[in-house]
Design a protein around this ligand. Structure first.
Ligand SMILES: NC(=O)c1ccc[n+]([C@@H]2O[C@H](COP(=O)([O-])OP(=O)(O)OC[C@H]3O[C@@H](n4cnc5c(N)ncnc54)[C@H](OP(=O)(O)O)[C@@H]3O)[C@@H](O)[C@H]2O)c1
Length: 342
């Protein structure tokens, strides 16, 4: 089987580190792993499959110099905008974790469990976009239910972990809690979020748009439609919570047909990479603390509406660094490799 030279751009970041862990765990025809980051981390090493690999500085030429064939970008939107074209010019396929290319008409936005066929559209630009972390776990849940009951509307509230904003943001939550116990919270750094995150919840992720919704909320609206290829109504409220890892979502779904909790549970039980945790009598339901390092999306609290027989309520949790970023990107790479071998 042909093996590939893979680069992780932003290897030292929260998502980059996780991409390396996923590559360590899965079967992948890997010839060589190249780690790229800024000059700040260049020269440092990271452990991969029992070996120390030196981080190289991201430059326009590094992709051709290293013979990169698959480049996974997670170093921020402006970095992708500037350097992804150089990777493509050097002959690589780019799998981009940032929001930069997601809504471009000729760039596929892919969740392998939902729209793997869209990967074939990568040829137009050489780029495949990875959706927003909150969108990925949601559409994995929506797709099988849409096929069965014809989804017309999604109302979602998210409870998003600090790691969704990167490594520094995780550190800020921990530091603020330590400062709280040292009676120094007033002096604590509060830079990663618009307000203190320790002992708080913040109903704002990213900037507000003129619509009254934040950019994060609008991403969930637009990305869901693009991935499902359906003009479904979506209304989102995105909230940052003082959790390190794992995004939770409360979903209210309205369908064209009648739906029951039992039928929905049976359908989701057979859906790819979804695990049902739903035994309310035992207080058994998904929680972020238990989804860490997992590559599946967990669904529970599945229940009908008290008033309408075409409405369903669910609770969905996944590791945002894995399912919401690294695992999805690596699964796209796996599918792309399979396509090349046909
Ligand atoms: N966290 C999530 O759940 C999540 C989910 C989906 C998508 N994303 C997206 O993925 C991207 C990275 O997120 P993250 O959470 O991993 O952030 P992070 O922890 O802050 O890591 C940022 C990474 O980008 C690198 N970088 C920054 N500036 C660079 C430059 N000028 N040249 C080369 N490398 C540079 C950093 O390298 P240095 O160590 O050298 O600074 C680091 O490796 C963001 O666009 C984010 O929106 C994140």
């Amino acid at each position: 089987m042909r093996e590939y030279i893979v680069a992780v751009v932003g290897a030292s970041g929260a998502v980059g580190e996780e991409i390396l862990r996923v590559f360590e765990e899965i079967e992948f025809p890997l010839k060589k792993m190249v780690l790229l980051a800024s000059s700040r981390s260049a020269g440092n090493t990271m452990r991969f499959k029992g070996r120390e690999i030196e981080i190289l500085e991201l430059t326009h030429d590094v992709f051709s110099e290293q013979g990169i064939e698959i480049a996974l970008f997670s170093a921020g939107g402006s970095i992708s905008a500037e350097f992804a074209p150089s990777a493509v010019d050097a002959g690589a396929v780019v799998i981009d974790n940032t929001s930069h290319f997601r809504m471009d008409d000729d760039i596929p936005l892919v969740v392998p469990e939902v729209n793997p066929e869209d990967i074939a559209l990568y040829e137009a630009q050489g780029i495949i976009a990875n959706p927003n972390c909150s969108t990925i776990q949601m559409v994995q849940t929506l797709k099988p239910l849409d096929e069965a009951f014809d989804l017309v509307r999604v109302d979602v509230s998210t409870y998003q972990a600090t790691s969704g904003a990167g490594k520094e943001a995780m550190r800020e939550l921990v530091d603020q809690m330590q400062d709280f116990f040292a009676f120094q919270l007033d002096e604590s750094k509060k830079e990663a979020f618009v307000h203190q995150i320790a002992l708080n919840v913040i109903p704002q992720i990213d900037k507000f748009t003129d619509s009254g919704y934040t950019k994060e909320e609008i991403k969930m609206v637009n990305e869901t439609k693009k991935i499902l290829h359906k003009n479904v109504e979506v209304s989102a409220t995105c909230v940052r919570v003082p959790v390190l890892r794992g995004h939770s979502e409360s979903l209210t779904l309205t369908f064209d047909s009648e739906v029951s909790a039992g039928e929905a549970r049976d359908i989701l039980k057979n859906a790819p990479n979804i695990i049902i945790q739903d035994a309310p009598d035992k207080s058994y339901y998904p929680m972020p603390i238990e989804c860490v390092d997992q590559n599946e999306t967990f669904v529970g609290r599945i229940r009908g509406d008290l008033y309408r027989n075409n409405v369903l309520h669910l609770w969905v949790v996944a590791d945002n660094l894995r399912v919401g970023a690294a695992t999805n990107a690596v699964r796209i790479a796996q599918k792309w490799v399979q396509m090349q071998q046909r």
